[in-house]
Design a protein around this ligand. Structure first.
Ligand SMILES: Cc1ncc(C[n+]2csc(CCOP(=O)(O)OP(=O)(O)O)c2C)c(N)n1
Ligand SMILES: [Mg+2]
Length: 572
């Protein structure tokens, strides 16, 4: 708690500093220039990262927040800026990522005049934020920022917006700045003791139990508790894509990713046959459960831990719900659940066998129709073999997501694979990888992209070059919106429509943005290029030609079923 006197813009900057925020991703605009002046005077405490597009400023803050479990901060201006930022927050909202967005707005005197950039920002942001508040006087700034940070970091985290009419930035005030925090989670309330005991009883009584861990385990840093429960009670752990890495995927009790996108078939099968499932910190939606078959809605005993009352049990209405933080609730279950080392050993042996058999089947080279294309599976495996264990990998929708989910194996618990599965927005990885890299500059960061996504985000590569960020982008190039083409292929009689844009000189574009860029269609050469990159860590782009999904189906469970004769299109 401290006193401060100055312009609204200075008060805001001081609040951010007190909350421990030291990076802001943004794009300047007319209504925000006074805030930029406040930032200009504080560059030693608050670093502003100039993005080239407001969507990307949102995605950078999102990547930063997923990696650090702290609030990511972005700022944009009225009109075009806020319109674009909506696209940068939708993913974060759906994926429970804490972001504080600061927006400027027209002068209060101009309201209703049809001023250029005028729009109702609270309404605009209402579908992509937990809370959007307009600040009507400089004196209110500290309290409102504190409330917004609290909203972003408690319960199910998410984006919040502070909207500043430009004259509030100019207004002088003398304020008390209260204590505030930008760390997630702010509270760690466990579920009730009664609900916890019942969950422990149900799990102990089951014969074929399983845990499905989601992104909530990462948000709550519940990795040690998850592993300890699995080991004590003998329960194998699958994860959703957002939960990937919640337990080390090399752990004997790990089943890897489950669901409709990137699951190992044995994981889906295990979940389909389990008699008790503990969901932890996951929406447990159709994609996470392979269309509610792994596990099915009817039959097994479902237990669901979620911090959000509105989430626990929604998709499995007969579930036993535990409303609480993942870490403390798992710890409470561990306290009361009986030890079952015998079951742990038996399941570990079985899981090891399934995993080994699957791995062996997957090392067979697959015949590709065109000789100079690489198999996305082999690219992912080669990258993992060449990259150090502490690398963070980001995966774009399209080819990267199912291949990384299935073939990348997180060696340690933690959110080292970041995959935007809230909405799956194309164009996320190029900027989000920069957010991770800026949060942790020593760490190697690798973004796996698609060519369709590249077209949406390539302008941002200039930022990676300007800041000389140690990011390696590897693009799976099929010159197609391959994912959608595959849907037309499987379910719409191969009537391909508007899915084949013209090819682009991707390497040329990346070079023009200042990156080292190269096209590689040989696995050995790719390995060499990765090793080279590790020695210099300059921003680099590698364009790798791959077959599209219709030629070589990725591990997407409903597609594999369709190829074997199933006719119904998956419903999200
Ligand atoms: C912003 C946005 N628009 C549309 C979609 C729908 N969509 C999902 S995957 C995909 C194609 C992606 O193409 P590309 O990046 O080249 O990946 P590929 O499937 O070819 O590997 C599209 C259009 C989306 N996910 N995001
Ligand atoms: Mg493509």
């Amino acid at each position: 708690m401290r006193q401060f006197e100055g312009r609204g813009a200075d008060i805001l900057a001081e609040c951010l500093i007190d909350a421990g925020i030291n990076l802001i991703f943004g794009v300047p605009g007319d209504t925000g220039v006074v805030f930029y002046d406040a930032l200009y005077q504080r560059t030693d405490q608050l670093r502003h990262i100039l993005a080239r597009d407001e969507r990307h400023a949102g995605f950078m803050a999102d990547g930063y927040a997923r990696w650090t479990n702290r609030v990511g901060c972005c700022e944009v201006s009225s009109g075009g800026g806020v319109d674009f930022l909506v696209s940068g927050l939708g993913e974060a909202y759906a994926a429970s990522v804490p972001i504080l967005a600061i927006t400027s707005d027209i002068h209060r005197r101009s309201r209703g005049t049809g001023a250029i950039t005028e729009i109702d920002q609270e309404q605009l942001f209402s579908a992509v934020t937990k809370l959007a508040m307009t600040i009507e006087s400089a004196a209110q700034i500290p309290d409102i920022i504190r409330v917004l940070l609290q909203a972003a970091t408690t319960g199910r985290p998410g984006p919040v917006v502070a909207i500043f009419p430009e004259d509030v930035f100019d207004e002088h005030a003398s304020v008390t700045i209260p204590e505030m925090s930008a760390v997630v989670p702010l509270d760690r309330e466990p579920a009730s003791a009664r609900a916890t005991h019942k969950a422990a009883e149900l799990l102990a009584a089951s014969e074929r139990p399983a845990i499905v861990a989601g992104g909530g385990v990462h948000l709550s840093s519940a990795w040690p508790e998850l592993q300890a429960l699995a080991e004590k009670a003998g329960i194998p752990v699958a994860t959703t894509i957002h939960g990937k890495g919640a337990i080390a995927e090399t752990h004997p009790l790990s089943l890897g990713v489950v669901g409709a996108n990137g699951a190992r078939p044995f994981a889906n099968q295990y979940l389909a046959e389990a008699d008790a499932i503990l969901f932890v910190g996951t929406r447990a939606n159709s994609t996470d459960t392979n269309g509610f078959t792994s596990p099915p809605r009817e039959g097994p005993q479902i237990i669901q831990i979620d911090i959000d009352t509105n989430r626990a049990g929604v998709n499995f209405p007969q579930s036993h719900d535990l409303v609480g933080d993942a870490k403390t609730t798992l710890a409470a279950i561990i306290e009361v659940i009986p030890e079952n080392r015998e079951r742990a050993e038996a399941i570990a042996a079985q899981t090891r066998e399934l995993r080994t058999a699957w791995r062996l089947a997957e090392v067979e080279p697959r015949r590709l129709l065109e000789a100079d294309l690489l198999d996305p599976r082999d690219i992912v495996i080669a990258l993992q073999e060449e990259l150090p264990e502490d690398v963070v990998v980001l995966a774009e929708p399209g080819t990267p997501t199912p291949n990384v989910s299935a073939y990348w194996e997180c060696p340690e618990p933690g959110r080292t694979v970041i995959d935007p599965r809230g909405h799956g927005p194309m164009g996320y990885v190029i900027p989000a990888a920069m957010g991770v890299s800026l949060a942790d500059p020593e760490r190697p960061v690798v973004g796996l992209c698609g060519d369709g996504s590249f077209a949406m985000a390539c302008g941002e590569l200039e930022t990676a070059n300007r800041l000389q960020l140690p990011v390696l982008y590897v693009q799976f190039t099929n010159n197609s919106l391959g994912w959608i083409k595959m849907l037309q292929h499987l379910y719409l009689g191969q009537r391909y429509f508007s899915v084949d844009p013209g090819p682009m000189n991707y390497v040329g574009v990346a070079q023009a943005m200042g990156l080292e860029a190269i096209r590689i269609n040989d696995l050995g050469r790719l390995r060499e290029a990765v090793r080279e990159w590790l020695t210099h860590r300059r921003p680099t782009f590698i364009d790798v030609p791959v077959p599209d999904e219709i030629t070589l189906a990725p591990p997407v469970a409903p597609w594999q079923a369709a190829l074997e004769g199933a006719t119904s299109r998956p419903v999200y």
